[in-house]
Design a binder for this molecule. Structure first.
Ligand SMILES: [Zn+2]
Length: 338
């Protein structure tokens, strides 16, 4: 049994404090070992061949996404929406269709009506989506049903597990289960780019891959125990400078709004203060878009066809990416960090 499988098998019986202590120790080691490529991997800024820039000549893109892990997060969706909308931002919320909660139809309608986006975050949240290809395909059929019913465009896997070839089965416009560089994830193979890229299938179709490019909130504040959002700001400024895509993934589950603060929560103002910073420092310089808008823009340019070269993300820890997978990202490569 691999380490990852062993971890998920034991996870339910390990107390939170022990799991977190293990993750913190591992993260400290990774942070030191990967200081040349986290939080910034300099090679990820290479402009992809054929890249024609962002709409309206904007310098960079800003995409805000959230994964809703459990009931606590679900109960905070409206509140987080209000924070963002009040500051002139919009985002996507990815829900688990058959996880610890049921997604009220009203909430989905409210999000869509308010200019936000709804996406799908796995089928369950148990770390088993990729356990075998047969299991993935079984769950993919259910995910396609929710895609239809909820009318969604995008997907993100729980725990950022990814197999770009299998994800084709979901029939999504985009996937957002990868990252430019993130040594703290269980499957730590970064895509090595801060730009979207195309993942083709053999039938001439495919989907757009949108790697997240800022460290996730839980890792930053709970695992790495940072007290400020300076790492977010530094990376954001660097992406802006290089014309890439700032794609954030944060979780309402871990945002502390009021009352007594849980040990796995961080003050929501660390997030909202970053939004203020973006507006103040980069006003007018960025294209703020929903992930589906980025995916559609990217497809509409069609220029991506010109750099649809064959590349591999080799050396992935399991679940592994089949080596025959076609990835339209010339920078794609393994970081071998797992
Ligand atoms: Zn999740």
């Amino acid at each position: 049994m691999s380490l990852i499988k062993a971890y998920y098998a034991c996870k339910p019986i390990l107390p939170w404090a022990l799991r977190t202590a293990l993750r913190r120790a591992r993260a400290r080691f990774k942070r030191d070992a990967c200081s040349d490529r986290w939080p910034i991997d300099p090679t990820a800024a290479v402009i992809p061949a054929g890249w024609t820039g962002w709409p309206r000549n904007k310098g960079f893109a800003l995409v805000l996404t959230h994964d809703v892990e459990g009931t606590r997060g679900l109960n905070r969706v409206q509140r987080l929406m209000d924070v963002e909308a009040g500051m002139g931002f919009k985002s996507s919320f990815n829900f688990v269709p058959e996880g610890a909660y049921r997604v009220p139809d009203d909430l989905r309608f409210t999000l869509e009506k308010s200019g936000f986006e709804v996406g799908i975050h796995g089928l369950k949240h148990d770390g088993k989506l990729y356990s075998t290809h047969a299991e993935f395909s079984r769950r993919a059929a259910r995910i396609r049903e929710y895609r239809q019913k909820w009318q969604v465009s995008g997907f993100r896997s729980p725990f950022m597990h990814h197999n770009l070839d299998w994800i084709q089965e979901l029939g999504m416009e985009y996937d957002a289960s990868t990252f430019d560089t993130d040594p703290f994830e269980p499957q730590a193979d970064g895509t090595g780019t801060i730009f979207p890229f195309w993942v083709s299938n053999r039938k001439g179709g495919g989907y757009v891959e949108l790697p997240y490019t800022l460290v996730q909130d839980y890792n930053l504040f709970v695992i790495l125990q940072e007290r400020t959002n300076e790492i977010w700001k530094r990376k954001l400024d660097w992406i802006a400078e290089h014309g890439g895509m700032v794609l954030m993934n944060t979780h309402p589950d871990y945002m502390w709004f009021e009352g007594s603060r849980g040990r796995d929560e961080y003050p929501v103002n660390l997030y909202s203060e970053l939004l203020s910073y973006i507006r103040q420092k980069h006003e007018g310089a960025y294209w703020h878009a929903l992930p589906r808008e980025v995916a559609r823009f990217f497809c509409s340019t069609r220029e991506h066809r010109h750099y649809e070269t064959v590349a591999h993300i080799d050396g992935a820890t399991e679940p592994s990416l089949p080596t025959e997978n076609l990835v339209a990202n010339p920078n794609a490569r393994a970081q071998g960090l797992a």
